[in-house]
Design a protein. Sequence first.
Length: 85
Amino acid sequence: MPQIDIYTKFGCGYCYRAKQLLDSKCAVYTEFDITMGGPKKAEMLERAPDARTVPQIFVGDVYVGGCDELNALERSGKLDELLAG
């Protein structure tokens, strides 16, 4: 399974739902809380320059986007393939 990074903020419902979906797939991910900004927020913006919302999700070298994009991958049947590497 490829490395999964998810950038989140405290109290974000979309972040919660994205993590729930990843958890349901038994996906192991690294969560970076950028609620207070800092170097991880700068890292997120470097990886996804146009990102202004959370979550921001990366699977390996693939930029997924946010919760809506993650759910779209699931609905289309492509999420399992992406998570498998």
